[in-house]
Design a protein around this ligand. Structure first.
Ligand SMILES: NC(=O)c1ccc[n+]([C@@H]2O[C@H](COP(=O)([O-])OP(=O)(O)OC[C@H]3O[C@@H](n4cnc5c(N)ncnc54)[C@H](OP(=O)(O)O)[C@@H]3O)[C@@H](O)[C@H]2O)c1
Length: 176
């Protein structure tokens, strides 16, 4: 069975966006999408996506669409319109139900939690987070959206350099 993976880019001080949701500190940097721990090989192994509504709305505005082809769950308490032609499903409440649906759809492929940090925290609270992959940008932001606002024990399994980024892969260590 695939794994539930938080794959994300972060500032060195643990923020994934500025307080006003800007990614200007991230998107201008040198990176090889096909390189070590790059987004292209990662996406090739992904069978389902889940995201919070703020991230979803940011990506939709940035892509002017929803470019991901695998089924996506958006967590929201609001009534949002699905993007034309994309398999986007809306859900709310306990993430365990969403996780079960993602497992059924993704099978052997991984499940990508895009963010934000609190959404990842909900999966971690339920014992459903398997892996964390972080591309650290060479910048500090001082404030912003938190990377993962929980206490979790992790085990480093891989390190790589990709362009300006220091990339690290961790297993989540489950208590006991
Ligand atoms: N650096 C990176 O690689 C990276 C990756 C991901 C995201 N980001 C950025 O980081 C920021 C993350 O922002 P964020 O943490 O505020 O937002 P978020 O996680 O994307 O969205 C949070 C919202 O999702 C909804 N939600 C979360 N859990 C829910 C649940 N269980 N049931 C129903 N609704 C739920 C709620 O909104 P409503 O109910 O009001 O809809 C909540 O306010 C964004 O700017 C994003 O673009 C950066």
């Amino acid at each position: 069975m695939g794994r539930t993976v938080y794959y994300v880019a972060s500032s060195l001080d643990g923020f994934i966006a500025t307080p006003d949701h800007s990614l200007d500190w991230l998107l201008t940097r040198e990176v090889d999408d096909d390189g070590p721990m790059g987004i292209t090989p990662f996406l090739a192994g992904v069978g389902a996506i889940v995201t919070g509504s703020a991230t979803y709305e940011w990506v939709r505005a940035y892509q002017d669409a929803w470019d991901y082809t695998v089924p996506t769950w958006v967590l929201t308490h609001r009534e949002l319109a699905p993007p034309p032609g994309a398999d986007v499903r809306f859900a709310r409440g306990d993430v365990r139900a969403v996780h079960a649906e993602m497992v059924a759809v993704a099978g052997e492929r991984d499940r990508w939690i895009v963010g934000g940090g609190e959404v990842v925290g909900q999966f971690a609270d339920a014992g459903l987070l398997d892996e964390v992959v972080i591309a650290y940008a060479p910048v500090t932001l001082g404030a912003g959206a938190p990377l993962l606002p929980r206490r979790l024990e992790l085990r480093l399994t891989e390190l790589a350099r990709n362009g300006e980024f220091a990339c690290a892969r961790y297993d989540v260590v489950r208590p006991g």
